[in-house]
Ligand binder design. Structure first.
Ligand SMILES: [Zn+2]
Length: 154
């Protein structure tokens, strides 16, 4: 959805002022580099806006916009979550509105791949584990074919 972070942060700034919140945490990650509304310059512009758009901001107490994962890829995030004891089985990345993660959409696949690669396939969705195994089977088949082509042709 184009501009969604602009909408989410604007709503968060409004709620922060109404509730007197001191900080707003954003889930931007290094995997989001394709989106202009997840970049450090964009975040700085919203920090400036936060200082101008509320009574608290004008008084020098704008809520702080914090994106603690902005430098981390999904693998680093999965490792950190495991180190911190985050209940990963209760987390959700899916973009679909089901009662369970679909395991097929992009965010589900990124989440599952990271969990499998950090050695916790049990926390991935069944669809994610199947997809990962299928990808690896194709890669093994490709490398095997290259190996035999090299061996047979010199
Ligand atoms: Zn999904």
């Amino acid at each position: 959805m184009p501009g969604r972070n602009t909408i989410f942060i604007a709503v968060a700034l409004s709620l922060a002022e109404a509730k007197g919140a001191e900080a707003i945490f954003l889930g931007f990650t290094a995997a989001d580099t394709l989106y202009p509304d997840t970049q450090p310059d964009y975040l700085d512009a919203f920090r400036h806006l936060a200082a101008l758009s509320s009574k608290a901001g004008v008084n020098g107490n704008a809520p702080t916009l914090i994106a603690p994962l902005i430098q981390d890829d999904k693998l680093a995030i999965a490792r950190r979550a495991l180190q911190l004891g985050v209940p990963i089985a209760e987390t959700w990345s899916c973009y679909r509105a089901g009662t369970e993660p679909c395991g097929v959409c992009g965010p589900c696949q990124l989440r599952d791949r990271a969990l499998i690669e950090v050695g916790r396939p049990d926390l991935a969705t069944p669809q994610g584990r199947d997809h990962y195994a299928q990808e690896h089977a194709q890669e093994i088949e490709r490398v095997t074919r290259l190996f035999w082509r090299f061996m047979l042709t010199g």
